[in-house]
Design a protein around this ligand. Structure first.
Ligand SMILES: Nc1ncnc2c1ncn2[C@@H]1O[C@H](COP(=O)(O)OP(=O)(O)OP(=O)(O)O)[C@@H](O)[C@H]1O
Ligand code: SF4
Ligand SMILES: [Mg+2]
Length: 345
């Protein structure tokens, strides 16, 4: 069982995920342990970045928190304590009352969540009415407020228009506004910038930053891009093959990563500006087959530091001090990224 990444000050804890396991049952008795015994804590008003390559379990983690894992997936165990209450023990009705109201989710491509025949005003109204009856005026006022929160000051012009009248980046900002209609305590942003260009990405990050400042909402931002998490996370959680391999306050993790996989991800950050001419190095090889994970370290096949023991024994996630956790038999102690990274620390 993994070490639990526990909060130092429990009074300002918003979310505590403990030993969460979410599996998928596949034909021929195959089992994918998409999320396997992960634990983390999120404090009120803070931003947690979850990073990992495709298939590492990031979205399954976020869907587990909202209890919207699709078949053949199921939550096999653990606890999801939201304001001290275990969501896994709540009735479906109680869980529905949380979704969209206290915990909101935005994802990569909001296009599919907009009905092309409904105006943006109708979308915001619908998002509101899911949880509360109110007059059109009240909803309109709230809609204009949340649009302002994401930097859209001319909301009056936006409300009567249809989704197709806006760019993808602008639609994403409106989607964030919809997610904020009830000022949720927790906003989960699953790859909110992935399908967008670099300039629009920066706009979306800015919109999320504005939301954080204006509302005090805690945010989990999920991405495979260190450039994104480095901009506004407080803590970073690195996932590989369904496991947490490193958890750390952002600055420490970016300046001196301890897990070889974290180092690989940092080295593969896309260059944001042409003048920064560091050579990009992608991580060699591919993530392991999730239906047949090795007994040892799941990263061993790709790790330049691997030794015999790494292929035999799975490293435990250990508390290495100063709020840092690492699952590696040979955590890097002296690694410094400062001369090679373009990340904002
Ligand atoms: N519907 C499903 N059926 C079977 N397996 C699934 C299903 N959804 C996810 N998985 C498994 O769970 C693993 C984690 O998936 P997840 O969507 O969480 O990855 P991710 O880290 O969000 O990747 P990406 O960056 O591509 O979004 C996948 O590798 C896959 O094996
Ligand atoms: S446990 Fe071994 S193989 Fe795994 S990341 Fe650490 S050094 Fe590399
Ligand atoms: Mg995903």
């Amino acid at each position: 069982m993994n070490t639990t990444i526990t909060a130092t000050q429990n009074d300002d804890v918003l979310l505590e995920v403990k030993n969460l396991r979410t599996y998928f049952k596949l034909p021929r008795n195959k089992l994918v342990k998409a999320v396997d015994d992960i634990s983390f804590t999120l404090h009120k008003g803070k931003v947690l970045g979850i990073i990992g390559e495709s298939g590492s379990g990031k979205s399954v983690t976020s869907r587990s928190i909202l209890r919207i894992v699709e078949e053949p997936g199921y939550i096999a165990g653990g606890e999801i304590l939201f304001k001290g209450v275990d969501c896994l023990k709540l009735s479906e009705k109680a869980m529905n009352a949380l979704r969209g109201k206290e915990i909101s989710l935005i994802f990569q491509d909001p296009t599919t969540s907009f009905n092309p025949y409904m105006t943006m005003g109708q979308h915001l109204e619908e998002a509101y009415r899911v949880h509360k009856a109110a007059s059109k005026d009240t909803i309109r006022k709230r809609s204009l407020d949340v649009l302002k929160m994401v930097g859209i000051n001319d909301g009056e012009n936006v409300l009567p228009k249809y989704p197709c009248e806006f760019s993808a980046g602008f639609r994403q900002r409106i989607f964030i506004a919809m997610a904020m209609i009830f000022n949720p305590d927790l906003l989960i942003a699953d790859e909110p910038t992935t399908s967008l260009g670099i300039t629009i990405q920066a706009e979306i990050i800015e919109a999320l930053n504005d939301v954080k400042r204006a509302s005090g909402t805690s945010i989990i931002i999920i991405t495979h891009d260190f450039g994104v998490v480095s901009q506004f996370s407080d803590d970073i959680f690195v996932m590989y093959a369904g496991h947490c391999v490193e958890f750390s306050p952002k600055r420490d993790l970016l300046l001196s990563p301890m897990h070889p996989y974290t180092v690989g991800l940092i080295r593969s950050v896309p260059l944001l500006e042409a003048r920064k001419t560091r050579r990009l190095k992608s991580i060699p090889g591919f993530p392991p087959d999730m239906t047949a994970l090795p007994d040892g370290c799941p990263f061993a096949e790709r790790c330049e530091y691997a030794k015999d023991v790494c292929f035999k024994e799975r490293p435990e996630l250990l508390d290495v001090g100063n709020g840092r956790f690492c699952a590696c038999h040979y955590p890097l102690k002296q690694y410094r990224t400062s001369d090679e990274t373009v990340l904002e620390v």
